[in-house]
Structure formats: C-alpha cells, structure tokens
Write a protein that binds this ligand. Sequence first.
Ligand SMILES: [Zn+2]
Length: 302
Amino acid sequence: MIRAAGIDLGGTKSEVQLFDQDWALVDRRRDATPASYDALVAMLTEQVRWVQDRAGEAVPVGIGAAGLVDAEGNAFTANLPAMGRPLPADIARAAGHRVTYVNDCRALALSEAVFGAGRGHATVMSLIMGTGVGGGVAHRGALWPGPAGTGGEFGHMPVSGPGLLAHGLALRECGCGRRGCVESYVSGPGLARTAREVAGRDMTPEEVAAARATDPGAGRSWAAWLDLAADMALALVQAVDPDVIVLGGGLSRVDGLVGELEQALAQAQIPGFGVPPIVLAEGGDASGARGAALAASQEAQT
Ligand SMILES: [Zn+2]
C-alpha cells in the first residue's frame, strides 16, 4: 500500500519515489527535466498521475526542489524554467491533485530528523554546502514553519566580517542581488574563488581540500573557508541552538571535514558554552524525495 510520494526535482532530472506504510521505497520513475515551463508542468503532471495510478487512490505528493515558493505561490528558482510562475498551482490544476512544494534543503532536514542522522533529537538543523548553501530546521519531527518561507536560506545570511578581515577577502556579489552573502564564500564555487584570490591559481574545491595539509596556498584557502563556515554555523547555533547539525552537499564528503568544522565551531563559541554535534546525513540521494513525501503527508493531515 502506497502512503505518499516524493519528487526529487533537479535541473537535469526529476525522480518520483513511492513509499509504503513503513516509508520504505517501493517504486521509482525518472524523467528528464524539460527546458520550458509548459513542458515542466506537463512532465510533473504526468508524474503525479503516475503516482495516483500506481497507488490506486489519491495519496499526498511532495516536490522537493531548489528554490522557494513565495506567499502568492510563485516559484523563485534559478535552476528550473519556472521563475515567477505559479508552479504548484499549475500542476495541481492540470493533475487534479494538490502538490506540496518543499525546498530540497528543508526536505533533507525533515528526512534526517525522522529517518536519518537526526533521529531521537528534538531540534535538527540541516546544513547543505555544495553548489550553493542552504538548510532547514525540523522540530519534533516537523519542519519549522514561517510566514516568509525563507527560514533555512542560510546561504543568504551576511558572511562573517571578522572572518573576511582576518583572511583579506573582499565583499562578493551574490546571485540574489545582495553583496557579502555567506554562500559566495562557503559554497564549493566560493572556495574555488577564494583559492584563486588567496593562492593565485585555479583549483577545484576537492583539490583545495585534498592539498590543505601539504600545499600552503591550499592551506590558506581552506583556513579561510573553515573560519567562515564556522562563523556561519555559530550564527545558526546562537539563533536556533539545535540539538544536532546534519551536514549534506558535496563539501560534506571532504575527508575530516566534520571534525574540523566541529572543532572550529567549538573554538568560536562563547567560552564555557557547548556546541551541537555535527554529523553527516545518512539518507543520501533518497533524503530529498522522502522528506518531501513526509512533508506532503503531514500537510495532508492538518
Ligand atoms: Zn545572496
């Protein structure tokens, strides 16, 4: 018996996953993400209909994707052809079935809180550092709601001023239209740019991380990254004080990163006060779809 479905919607592919009563994955289907808005709506409508056919009844469907949906229901997303368009409403109209749109970093927070590395903790924060930077907060097994919908947009918090000064880094323009967003430094592309500025050469984030103990330029670039990431984590701890921080994204897979970040965060904290443990996400690629499915299921119950 199918209880819910989640769609992991990315810039190149869209995978829908069906979950049974125990939240086990029982079937999946993958389609290419189209380049036009109308084709995107048609593809997602087809996936929603496939879910209802396979389930034999109407079950909750959540879409986990990068970006946001504003208060009017319009999508704000850079990697899908849906900027400014009422994507959830258009799918619902075409499919005759409501869909729940969840930011993918928030979906990971919920999935890890209930099924993964955050199990047993009351307040679970996800922190995803890869192409971009984002996250989310789940409290007692549900996403922390908010009127603006931007709770979890950690990448667009201001970067640490002391961190920039300590490492001689200038303010950078962000795609969101502001300057000095932490994503411009703490994302993978941000680290590569820091390496260009600090070490004077092109290195991928993985190359910087791999050479951080042996190459002085990579070491200085990494030190700047670590300080800025720790200051971001500290700001989040001072604001939310989560029980655990669950890391995801490409940079989270750097060997030794968890220990280094935890130590840097502890050193940045007010002396005498603790910091939450930092752990790696367990759910892997399944986290987004399962979290979106769970969010849709919870929304259907309210
Ligand atoms: Zn920004």
